[in-house]
Design a protein. Structure first.
Length: 373
């Protein structure tokens, strides 16, 4: 019995040592798997985009140019609109016009006066010519006037001066009686359905849009013009590409904490331009992600889908399948370089046992990463 007991005491440490060696040096799928990969228990395999420093900008889509057109009673009576709701018009297109009846009446009076002067001139010129003819018929020694005195007597030049002044006044007023309202830029016509005194006759909205957003003061120095941005429409999860086009260093009106009364951090206006306006509508709320690091994002090429010239991936966005439009770089042995379109820690869907598409709702449990990865 003692011999067996000592044998077990010697055997236990040996077995423990052998077990440690086996666990240490044999392949282990979990410990050796890439930290950026995760296979979902329901059949979806993900690729995790690595963390990186980013700035987020919340904003609203606005037109580059917009103008309201209100009725101006001082210009006279307005004509019918020359355009309809939804029309795309070029710059200098006639939208509508005014006719000022008061000025038109004044023009009519001046025109009548000019006609009267024209008649007076014709009669005076006729009488002058008769006097000149008689002057030539009278012998020289019997003439009581010189020829110059006859011209001065009838004074046609004064009548001509009055006529010229009348026509100059008519021309000036004619430039005011009709007022044409032209499109100041190319854009889309929007005619409000509700007709009120405060409502404009129409609006003209340019076809180009931008994002009007704000930066927190802690991010102001980090953001520069021409930095790339991924712009996601909040309501549709549609993502497109853009860049920073303007950063204002003048803060907006400071806000105060309603509880402490202390001023919070300032916000600074920022503008983002779009690379493409596809899927963008005036008034959409968006969130833009600006990458601050030069970190290269390389993802497996098999995760990339294409529709025509558009490349995209599907991601698990808080339990919903969302599409991320990509700007691709070079393809390497490790995968494809992504220059824009992804956010830090995006969960890219590499494959799934059941096909998924944009908008599908995923089991929230599928988003949980195993601890330690």
């Amino acid at each position: 019995m003692k011999k067996k007991k000592w044998l077990w005491l010697l055997l236990v440490p040996v077995l423990a040592l052998l077990g440690f060696i086996v666990l240490r040096f044999l392949p282990n799928n979990q410990s050796d798997a890439p930290l950026t990969m995760d296979e979902d228990p329901l059949g979806i395999t993900y690729f995790m985009v690595p963390p990186m420093e980013q700035v987020f900008v919340n904003g609203v889509v606005k037109p580059e140019q917009s103008q309201d057109f209100h009725k101006d009673a001082n210009l006279g009576e307005i004509s019918d609109l020359m355009v309809t709701n939804g029309d795309i018009v070029e710059e200098d297109t006639l939208l509508y016009s005014y006719t000022n009846d008061a000025i038109q009446k004044e023009i009519n009076q001046l025109t009548n006066e000019a006609a009267r002067l024209e008649t007076q001139r014709a009669n005076t010129a006729y009488k002058q010519q008769l006097a000149i003819d008689r002057w030539y018929e009278v012998p020289q020694e019997e003439r009581s006037q010189t020829l110059d005195e006859i011209y001065m007597e009838f004074n046609l030049s004064e009548i001509d001066s009055q006529i010229t002044e009348q026509y100059a006044n008519i021309e000036l007023l004619e430039s005011e009686v009709y007022t044409e309202v032209l499109a100041p830029f190319k854009g889309k016509v929007v005619i409000p359905e509700e007709k009120t005194a405060e409502a404009p006759l129409m609006k003209l909205i340019s076809e180009n849009f931008y994002v009007s957003g704000t930066l927190n003061e802690k991010d102001l120095e980090k953001v520069k013009v021409d930095q790339a941005a991924d712009i996601t429409v909040v309501s549709t999860n549609f993502t497109t590409l853009g860049k920073v086009s303007f950063v204002d260093t003048t803060p907006t009106e400071a806000n105060s904490d309603p509880y402490s009364g202390m001023a919070t951090m300032s916000s600074y206006p920022v503008k983002l331009s779009f690379d493409s306006l596809e899927g963008i509508v005036n008034g959409y709320h968006v969130q833009a992600t600006i990458q601050l690091e030069e970190t290269q994002i390389i993802i497996p090429s098999e995760a990339i889908h294409k529709e025509g010239d558009t490349a995209y991936v599907l991601v698990n966005d808080f339990g919903t399948v969302a599409k991320r439009t990509l700007q691709l770089g070079d393809e390497t042995a490790e995968g494809t370089l992504i220059t824009s379109g992804l956010e830090a820690e995006d969960e890219i869907i590499l494959s799934s046992e059941t096909p998924v598409q944009e908008g599908d709702i995923l089991d929230p449990g599928m988003m949980e990463m195993p601890e330690g990865e």
